[in-house]
Design a protein around this ligand. Structure first.
Ligand SMILES: [Fe+2]
Length: 235
């Protein structure tokens, strides 16, 4: 799936019109982002993840990243029009944090699916083979991700990624809301697990390893396999 499609719906930035719209030329009009719908009900991942967590996580946390990302984009646009370089530079951290939060959560929702659909079904096909080849077994991969995810200090993410140049699977972690691309331009996210406390605290309290143990019960390996096949088939 193209990365662009993971980012949800966009709408024109209020107050700005695409450049040269009247002339029908391609434009660089800024766009803002809106909260993507979840492909399942908030309670559909229970008992692995409670409906209360899912609703807060989606409606409040993800929405806040989007709201602040949109604000930063608007401020960036204004600063660039004024030639205000100091403000352009100052906005980079807000764009990275909130834009990263939007990117990461948009992937995370797709990584999960109810058990009644295919949640927790083991990866098979090309991705299944690649996991066995790269990590020895599926169980060893899960153990590695759980160990690295539990060891993330503070807030962050643990990822199963495809290095699309080397055609190799890797496990990575990122801090805060840094998206995976900050660890390498060739890394394609297949599975991203949110290890911020807001993702599990209401249900698992401070026991992040229990959350990591249970999230595999609602993992959407079908989605990860589709992304893997798409990027490994590219020449
Ligand atoms: Fe989150």
């Amino acid at each position: 799936m193209a990365f662009r499609s993971l980012l949800g719906k966009t709408k024109p930035l209020l107050g700005f019109r695409p450049i040269d719209q009247r002339l029908g030329l391609s434009c660089r009009g800024l766009q803002t982002f809106s909260l993507p719908d979840l492909p399942y009900d908030y309670g559909a991942l229970e008992p692995a993840i409670s409906g209360e967590i899912m609703e807060l996580h989606h409606k409040k946390h993800h929405q806040t990243y989007i709201t602040n990302y949109n604000k930063a984009l608007e401020q960036l646009h204004e600063a660039m029009e004024k030639g205000d370089t100091q403000t352009v530079v100052k906005l980079q951290s807000a764009i990275k944090f909130n834009g990263g939060g939007h990117v990461n959560h948009s992937i995370f929702w797709k990584n999960l699916t109810p058990v009644s659909v295919s949640g927790g079904d083991l990866p098979h096909g090309n991705l299944g083979w690649a996991i066995d080849t790269g990590f020895g077994s599926f169980e060893k991969l899960v153990a590695k991700i759980n160990t690295e995810g539990a060891a993330v200090q503070g807030s962050g993410w643990v990822w199963l990624a495809l290095d699309k140049e080397l055609k190799k699977l890797v496990v990575e972690t990122t801090a805060n809301q840094d998206p995976l691309v900050t660890k390498g331009p060739n890394l394609v996210p297949l599975v991203g697990i949110d290890v911020w406390e807001h993702a599990y605290y209401l249900q698992y309290k401070n026991v992040r390893p229990d959350y990591l143990k249970n999230i595999w019960k609602v993992m959407n390996w079908k989605y990860a396999g589709q992304v893997y096949d798409e990027f490994t088939s590219q020449v």
